[in-house]
Design a protein around this ligand. Structure first.
Ligand code: ADP
Ligand code: MG
Length: 620
């Protein structure tokens, strides 16, 4: 085209497209849900803008917020159009040519070694999945602030953008035209598309229509020329209205029935807002399906738990929270610089934002879900909403519910300590799908619980209940603090723990000798974050935590110790002088060892040796 401007794809995008277009990946279906999800996002955006400025919607058909799918079997074109916000020329260049989001290169790398393309939506590059099924794609788009443009590419490293002077004006929104490859002809079948929408896009909040054919019986006069053509389509003019009644009664013309194909928009989803329904009436399967589409997580796994509730009182809202089956690849990578929570905020069913960091504390960012508030105002800016006082109340309730939900995973897991004497669940445990779920949770998100203990003083105890660890008595499994307490020896006041880089290393530690011999249990903390954790977790159920490698360890009364101290005073004094006060604070007789003659212990309030190591490795 004469007015086309040519652009090169960013190298990263080009690489991704190559991978996609050459992919032997069998589940090509995913492109449709990605396009529908983009259409839905675009509709959310224009609807949000219309809350404060009605004008943006325009008039007539432009006000209809829907998604339209059309097939052209002859030309092998599948098109998906929305009346969303649309893209300006600049948007087209930026959004469909470069990748802004982090983590994408990690995804590209993974894909090269046979990663799961199914996860593409989570990486912010879902659009490019069109090249699984198409070899040529046109994106026609009209944004309120610009003219109508066409973006097109054959995935050959470049794309072109032209001002659109030949297509029908869209009014507003975007139409994606996929020129399907020969192997992808199945996507020209209406049934296939209906099936896919049902499977992946049922919970989209806007109506999805398919220009669908219907066989109808029509009566035609049989004295006319025999028409054997049964594949008439609606493009031929519809049959004439029957003659007037008088004529009909006089002539009684013979009629016959023929099949005719007509076309009409057929709605494919029922747009039920699952969170507005009574939780008793929503099936497990529906929750799972909803989770998949909400989280863009279409792996074959169920969420570990969910919580669907209505909050009443001053601040009314409905919420649906999920614990995903797996942590996203970058959950902790971006922990301190990403603000993003994974909750979507709706106000009376209207999507407002998924970038509110006021809804959940950072450590719960691994949860997915949504909040629909009746109390928040609709017609104010996002910034003003962000400061609304109700958000504090919402946040508080969400945290409570989230922690209850996580607690429930443990409560329902027959492998967990507290449930071991429940004979009923034991009987079912072979079949029980809740078995081992908490360990799974812990392996994926345990670090978040620890970060919570550090950051959220208010819920520290509740979070500490969720803590799991290995210990000298846990026998390779995970134990809880409650379990530890249940095993404490009579007279034992403190909870003993030791920190280090691995269980294997710690098991050899001289600090454990005597404790193990006396049958005390010692917790192993081997994650670097544990050092910080233990600076915040001071006690649990009135028991203090005691690092066994630090000064101040008391193992009950030992009357001999006092005498020993006296008789070895000369030796300890000599040693202290010999080492000088630069190197040690004090030299003491201790009853904490068994075979090892002496150990270096850190002071009660100083860093542990392990912490020293961690700090050193960070400054290097
Ligand atoms: P993501 O949806 O995660 O941002 P995609 O690759 O699916 O990633 O889409 C890239 C971007 O292209 C979107 O963020 C959006 O800005 C733009 N886009 C895609 N489809 C549409 C559409 N139908 N209407 C408006 N913008 C769109
Ligand atoms: Mg997308």
């Amino acid at each position: 085209r004469s007015n086309a401007e040519k652009f090169e794809f960013q190298a990263e995008v080009s690489r991704l497209m190559d991978i996609i277009i050459n992919s032997l990946y069998s589940n090509k279906d995913i492109f449709l849900r990605e396009l529908i999800s983009n259409a839905s996002d675009a509709l959310d955006k224009i609807r949000f803008l219309s809350l404060t400025d009605k004008e943006v919607l325009g008039e007539g058909d432009n006000t209809k917020l829907d998604i339209l799918i059309k097939l052209d079997k002859e030309k092998k074109i599948l098109s998906i159009r929305d009346r969303g916000i649309g893209m300006t020329k600049e948007d087209l260049i930026k959004n469909l040519g470069t990748i802004a989001k982090s983590g994408t290169s990690a995804f590209v790398e993974k894909m090269q070694t046979g990663g799961d393309l199914n996860l593409i939506g989570q990486f912010g590059v879902g659009f490019y999945s069109v090249y699984l099924v198409a070899d040529y794609v046109e994106v026609i788009s009209k944004h309120n602030d610009d003219k109508q443009y066409v973006w097109e590419s054959k995935a050959d490293g470049s794309f072109a953008i032209s001002e659109d002077t030949w297509n029908e004006p869209l009014g507003r929104g975007t139409e994606i035209r996929l020129h399907l490859r020969d192997e992808a002809k199945e996507y020209l079948e209406e049934d296939k598309l209906k099936e896919l929408v049902k499977k992946y896009s049922e919970f989209i909040n806007f109506p999805i229509y398919l220009w669908a054919s219907k066989e109808v019986d029509v009566e035609v006069p049989s004295d006319e020329e025999e028409s054997t053509d049964e594949e008439e389509t609606s493009e031929t003019s519809p049959p004439e209205e029957e003659e007037t009644e008088e004529d009909a009664s006089e002539k009684k013309p013979k009629t016959k029935t023929v099949k005719e194909t007509t076309y009409d928009w057929e709605v494919l989803n029922d747009m039920k807002a699952i969170w507005l329904r009574n939780s008793k009436e929503v099936s497990e399967e529906e929750y799972t399906k909803f989770y998949h589409s909400l989280a863009k997580d279409f792996a074959d796994e169920k969420p570990l738990a969910w919580s669907h509730f209505t909050a009443e009182g001053d601040v009314e809202f409905k919420a649906l929270l999920f614990v995903p089956p797996k942590a996203p690849h970058d959950l902790y990578e971006s922990y301190y610089n990403s603000q993003k929570s994974n909750l979507k905020l709706y106000v009376r069913r209207v999507f407002i934002s998924d970038e509110f960091d006021e809804l959940l504390p950072k450590y719960l960012n691994f949860l997915k879900g949504l909040v629909d508030s009746d109390t928040l105002p609709l017609n104010v800016s996002r910034e003003m909403l962000q400061q609304h006082s109700s958000l504090k109340t919402i946040k508080k309730k969400l945290i409570r519910k989230a922690l209850d939900m996580i607690r429930r995973i443990a409560d329902e897991d027959p492998d967990e300590f507290n449930n071991k004497d429940k004979t009923d669940s034991e009987k079912e445990s072979e079949e029980n799908e809740k078995k081992g779920q908490y360990t799974k949770f812990w392996n994926e998100f345990g670090k978040s619980i620890k970060l919570g203990i550090i950051e959220d003083a208010h819920n520290r105890n509740r979070l500490a209940m969720l803590l799991r660890f290995e210990s000298t008595k846990s026998d390779g499994k995970l134990a809880s603090l409650d379990e530890y307490i249940s095993r404490m020896k009579p007279g034992q006041k403190d909870i003993f723990y030791i920190t280090g880089t691995s269980k294997e290393q710690l098991e050899k530690s001289p600090f454990l000798e005597r404790l193990t011999k006396k049958n005390y249990e010692v917790i192993f903390f081997t994650d670097p974050v544990d050092e910080y954790l233990m600076q915040y977790l001071m006690d649990y159920e009135d028991k203090k935590f005691q690092n066994v490698s630090k000064e101040g360890l008391k193992l009950g009364k030992d009357s001999k110790l006092k005498d020993l101290k006296e008789s070895f005073k000369e030796l300890t004094n000599w040693w202290k002088d010999a080492l000088s006060s630069e190197n040690v604070d004090s030299v003491k007789i201790s009853n904490r060892l068994d075979n090892t003659p002496c150990v270096v212990v850190t002071s009660k309030y100083g860093w542990s040796a392990n912490m020293e190591k961690i700090m050193q490795s960070q400054t290097l």
